[in-house]
Design a protein around this ligand. Structure first.
Ligand code: GDP
Ligand code: MG
Length: 156
C-alpha cells in the first residue's frame, strides 16, 4: 500500500504578504501576525522597507496604468514570506475580499474586515497565484544582480 504522508512531509507552498502603509500607520502589525500564526502559517522571512513610486509601479505592474497604483504601496511596508500547505489560496481567504468595506459585512473574520477601510485602503496584500507569489518573492528577496541598479526599496 502507499505510504501515508504525514503533515510533516506534506508539500509546503510560499506566498507573499504585505502589510501596506495604511495597516502599518494604524498599528495592526501584531494583530495581523497573530492571525497569521493562528492560521498555521510560518513567517519565513520579513523586511520592513520603504517603497518609492517606481518600485511600487513595478510591483503592481498590472495596475500601473490606473491612477491609484502609486498610492497603494508607496511608503513603509512590511514584507513577509509565508509558508504552509496551500499558502497562496489560504492567505487570500484569510485576508478576504479586496473591498474592505464590503469585507466587513460579508467576511467579518477576515483581516481586511479587521484593519481595512475601503476598496483602496485594505491594509494587506496577498499574491493571487503561485506564479505571482514566485515573482513577488523574488522582487523583494532575490539578491540583486551586479549592475541591475537600485530596486527603489530601502531597508527601514
Ligand atoms: P487584490 O488582489 O485583492 O489586492 O486586488 P487587486 O489586485 O485587484 O488590486 C490591487 C490593489 O489595488 C487592491 O488591494 C486595492 O488596494 C487597490 N484597488 C483595487 N481596485 C481598486 C479600485 O477600483 N480603486 C482604488 N482606488 N483602488 C483599487
Ligand atoms: Mg491582486
Amino acid at each position: 500500500s502507499l505510504p501515508c504522508r504525514s503533515d510533516a512531509t506534506a508539500e509546503k507552498e510560499m506566498t507573499l504578504a504585505i502589510i501596506k502603509p495604511d495597516g502599518l500607520y494604524d498599528n495592526y502589525t501584531d494583530k495581523i501576525k497573530n492571525a497569521i500564526s493562528d492560521s498555521g502559517f510560518r513567517i519565513l522571512n520579513e523586511r520592513l522597507v520603504q517603497l518609492d513610486e517606481d518600485a511600487a509601479m513595478s510591483f503592481y505592474a498590472e495596475h500601473s496604468s490606473r491612477s491609484f497604483f502609486s498610492d497603494l504601496v508607496s511608503g513603509p511596508v512590511l514584507i513577509m514570506v509565508l509558508e504552509k500547505e496551500n499558502a497562496v489560496a489560504d492567505w487570500r481567504t484569510l485576508i478576504g475580499p479586496t473591498d474592505a468595506s464590503k469585507a466587513k459585512i460579508t467576511h467579518p473574520n477576515s483581516i481586511r474586515a479587521m484593519c481595512g477601510k475601503d476598496l483602496q485602503r485594505n491594509c494587506v496584500h496577498g499574491s493571487d497565484s503561485l506564479q505571482s507569489a514566485q515573482r513577488e518573492i523574488s522582487f523583494f528577496f532575490k539578491e540583486k544582480s551586479p549592475g541591475s541598479g537600485s530596486m527603489g526599496h530601502d531597508e527601514l
